[in-house]
Write a protein that binds this ligand. Structure first.
Ligand SMILES: *Cc1c(COP(=O)(O)O)cnc(C)c1O
Length: 390
């Protein structure tokens, strides 16, 4: 008999009743160190007092009004994002998937308005852009699309990081290039700064729009507010979600004035997108995370975590292979099955997230205390030792 909750997830036998910083507490009282942070969502940890206060205060005043009216919290968050980034304008959504939908519409409208419509958006294998029909067509992996055809046309996948294939595919039928600067679900696979610059140069040459999906790697995770900043290039359109709401559902599409020019009144909308509750919290998260002192701390913690992870990998050559990624979006490429190691970690009281390519993702809250990093590494060491003894 089918479960009352549609069984689309293989769920671990845990149900948490409370979160405190980088800790999750199970119904039976067991405490787990959370190195997954809701898959890079709880950027400031669980039950962050500043976010609780912001959410509570907003809840006592106004939860929701329609986008038929001006929403001051939304305006303030858009102003801050524009101030901090390449963007001139922002649209708010409730999820990452919805940012993909708008990004695709924006690209299509841009070319429609130019009078020379271009159909193809180049993407990369191993990508993840969400689970809507457009988002699975964009990523194109068999695992996501099988059984869900006919797929939305207009996407072409290239081998991950294959710059020759990219150069060959880049002609003036290409409307846009859509890429995660660091693939998340694909196994924490970063494009190099040089590769990001090649994408930008090629787009400049053909006029294609460059769309970065920073839903997982953005919002301070790499130690800059957005991952692409390391490469010194900017996109035309950027998708943001996950960390920006700190746990409250919120996403945003950021764009230049030129890329967004076609999105006039009536071309797009959302009932909930950018509502007062979400934007009050998103504003607080963005104010905290964009502070240079906060980002400096992310970088310091990232150095500490990376060093300890390298030590862990060196101590367990049968289980682990290498560490990759940047800042606090790290992946341990495993030798043993990553899923089994994630279970062993859970049994040792630390939560990590498996990804493709046999990788364990390490995505702690950006403000994880140093002592929690140390404790998490002790627990991962215990987990690997226990796994190897089996
Ligand atoms: C999670 C994710 C999405 C989809 O976000 P949802 O909020 O689950 O819809 C899109 N792109 C990337 C890179 C992601 O990691």
């Amino acid at each position: 008999m089918i479960t009352t909750v549609l069984p689309t997830y293989n769920r671990a036998p845990l149900s948490f009743v409370k979160g405190e910083g980088s800790w999750l507490v199970e119904a039976d009282g067991r405490r787990f160190l959370d190195l997954g942070a809701g898959i890079a969502v709880n950027a400031l940890g669980h039950a962050n007092p500043e976010l609780v206060a912001t959410l509570t205060e907003q809840a006592q005043n106004l939860w929701h009004v329609s986008n038929l009216y001006t929403i001051p919290q939304q305006q303030a968050l858009a102003d801050l994002l524009v101030d901090q980034t390449f963007a001139d304008t922002v649209f708010f959504t409730n999820s990452g998937t919805e940012t993909l939908e708008l990004a695709v519409k924006m690209v299509r409208k841009y070319w429609y308005d130019k009078g020379t419509p271009r159909a193809t958006i180049l993407t990369f294998e191993g990508a993840f852009h969400g689970r809507s029909t457009a988002a699975i067509a964009a990523a194109g992996s068999e695992k996501m699309v099988k059984g869900f055809g006919p797929l939305m046309p207009g996407f072409k996948q290239l081998p991950w990081g294959d710059m020759d294939a990219f150069a060959a595919a880049m002609d003036d039928t290409v409307a846009a290039v859509l890429v995660e600067p660091i693939q998340g679900e694909g196994g924490i696979r970063p494009l190099s700064e040089a590769e990001l610059r090649i994408l930008r140069e090629a787009c400049d040459k053909t006029g294609a729009l460059l769309v970065f999906d920073e839903v997982q790697c953005g919002m301070g995770r790499t130690g800059k507010l957005f991952a692409h900043e390391w490469a010194g290039v900017t996109p035309d359109v950027m998708m943001v979600a996950k960390g920006i709401g700190g746990g409250f559902p919120l996403g945003a599409v950021l764009a230049t004035e030129s890329a967004a020019a076609g999105m006039v009144a009536g071309t797009h909308g959302s009932t909930y997108g950018g509502n007062p509750l979400a934007c009050a919290v998103g504003l607080k998260v963005t104010q905290i995370v964009s502070d240079p002192a906060f980002l400096a701390e992310v970088n310091r913690k990232a150095g500490l975590l990376r060093q300890k992870l390298e030590g862990l990998v060196a101590a367990h050559p049968d289980s682990f292979e290498t560490v990759r990624g940047a800042g606090l979006i790290l992946g341990i490429k495993c030798k043993a099955p990553a899923g089994d190691l994630a279970v062993a970690a859970r049994e040792a009281g630390v939560l990590v997230v498996p990804a493709a390519d046999n990788v364990l993702r390490i995505l702690p809250p950006l403000n994880i205390p140093d002592e929690d990093i140390a404790e998490a590494m002790t627990r991962l060491d215990t987990a690997a030792t226990a796994y190897e003894g089996k």
